[in-house]
Design a protein around this ligand. Structure first.
Ligand SMILES: Cc1cc2nc3c(=O)[nH]c(=O)nc-3n(C[C@H](O)[C@H](O)[C@H](O)COP(=O)(O)OP(=O)(O)OC[C@H]3O[C@@H](n4cnc5c(N)ncnc54)[C@H](O)[C@@H]3O)c2cc1C
Length: 413
């Protein structure tokens, strides 16, 4: 039977672990090195823009069961919003073609029979290619399995790059299969796009902290765990920037820090060590949000454009090729795409570029082989984080599942 649990890292994996443990009546202490919780999924006040922004656009799908269940558990379901039907509007900047991918809601995918609902230039049989993901094996890339043709260029490649944050000639087909199996293959009801109504923290972080606080769990921000003191097969203390936290004989640790921090704390551990950037370009501008509130963009630098009140935010994933460019250069590349999609005037409005250099690990076969299981050789230490072996790419769903898995292991021990 475990006693108290020390959760290190208050990103979504740590928060999900803390919520599960507190729900089971465990005593939880939560440590966060940064000034606020949320990690790679957070909102903050940007002084330059004079407004609160998200570090980056985050989209989840109704098929992300752990995510929706976590949001419901912390009482924040109403803070997610999105279209009533599964809608994915796209623009191809090469020729100006616009279309909306609109899967029907049930499991039988009759939508591919309707030319109005599928990608222009595609045939019904092209969609059968998705079944090949099932047989992708351990090392084949998305491009190997699906590459070529209009469906690939106009739908599968944009989806794969967004889901894996990795170019398709490197991205592991098996990870895309895991996403497709839990969304498209379950029908349109599992493909409703959902984004926070206000901000990431207002949906995923602040309600969790309020929920935890009501159960006596406090978050120690600005408290960095610098080392784990170990004695044989157990962790006995955490050395933190605020002093030593000794563990009782029945206490346990959930290590929910990013992979590179885990590697520093546990040098014996093999973890992903190659990372992929995401750029977010936030323009202060007003635009028509259309039916979905976002557009997929093919053939430009911008990949996804999200329209929110007073702000238009662009995401570019797998962005290692762009991340060292200056902010001005990035904005100058992205703004023409935004104008073309949204019909905005030529003058560029105030802009903020957020570069997340280590947004996720690279979703390659080599990195997949480095993802560790939640259980460790230390009896009272479990791992959580989007980089652990969840079977999913590094996403909110993966992070939350990993936190819940870590909690379940401790609760069962
Ligand atoms: C720009 C961007 C866009 C994204 N878009 C999407 C999307 O659309 N959909 C989607 O599903 N996913 C998306 N993701 C991925 C998603 O944000 C991550 O998978 C998820 O937030 C990872 O959560 P985590 O808890 O595993 O890690 P983290 O968020 O990294 O949390 C780890 C926490 O540990 C803390 N910490 C570090 N060191 C220490 C220490 N020594 N002591 C104590 N605390 C420490 C960190 O400060 C951090 O708060 C995106 C990510 C980025 C960056």
């Amino acid at each position: 039977m475990i006693g108290g649990v020390h959760v290190v890292g208050a990103g979504l994996a740590g928060l999900a672990a803390a919520v599960s443990l507190a729900a089971a009546g465990r005593r939880v202490t939560l440590y966060e090195a940064g000034p606020a919780a949320g990690g790679r999924c957070r909102s903050y006040f940007d002084r330059g823009l004079g407004m609160r922004i998200d570090n980056g656009n985050h989209l989840v799908l109704s098929g992300n069961r752990a995510t929706l269940s976590y949001v419901s558990q912390i009482g924040a379901s109403d803070s997610l919003t999105g279209p009533a039907k599964p809608l994915f509007p796209f623009v191809d900047l090469a020729d100006g073609t616009r279309w909306v991918v609109a899967p029907n809601r049930g499991r039988v995918p009759w939508w591919v029979l309707s030319a109005n609902r599928r990608v222009p230039g595609t045939r019904v049989r092209d969609y059968l290619a998705l079944l090949a993901l099932r047989r992708a094996g351990a090392t084949r890339t998305v491009h190997d399995v699906l590459g070529g043709g209009a469906l690939y260029r106009r739908l599968l490649e944009p989806l794969a790059v967004a889901a894996l944050n990795t170019p398709t000639d490197v991205g592991l087909a098996r990870l895309l299969d895991a996403v497709v199996r839990e969304s498209l293959m379950r029908g349109g009801d599992a493909c409703l796009p959902r984004v926070p109504r206000v901000g990431l923290s207002e949906t995923f972080v602040d309600p969790a902290l309020a929920w935890l606080s009501a159960r006596g769990v406090t978050l120690q921000t600005g408290c960095r765990v610098a080392s784990l003191r170990r004695d044989g097969a157990r962790v006995t203390a955490l050395e933190t920037s605020d002093g030593t936290a000794a563990l009782g004989a029945d206490d346990a640790v959930v290590l929910a820090v990013p992979a590179w921090v885990a590697a520093g704390l546990l040098p014996e551990l093999q973890v992903p060590d190659a990372f992929s950037a995401i750029l977010n370009v936030h323009f202060i501008a007003r635009a028509d949000p259309g039916g979905a509130g976002f557009w997929g963009v093919v053939g430009g630098t911008a990949e996804w454009i999200f329209v929110r009140p007073n702000i238009v935010s662009v995401t570019v994933s797998a962005a290692n090729r762009l991340v060292d460019l200056s902010a001005d250069e990035i904005a100058a590349r992205v703004w023409p795409d935004v104008r073309a999609v949204l019909g905005l005037p030529p003058e560029m409005p105030p802009v903020r570029i957020v570069k997340e250099r280590r947004a996720t690990h690279v979703a390659s076969a080599a990195q997949e082989a480095r993802r560790p299981a939640a259980r460790t050789p230390w009896k009272n230490l479990v791992l959580a984080g989007d980089w652990t072996a969840t079977g999913l790419p590094a996403t909110i769903e993966g992070a939350i599942r990993s936190g819940r898995t870590a909690a379940a292991i401790l609760l069962a021990s």
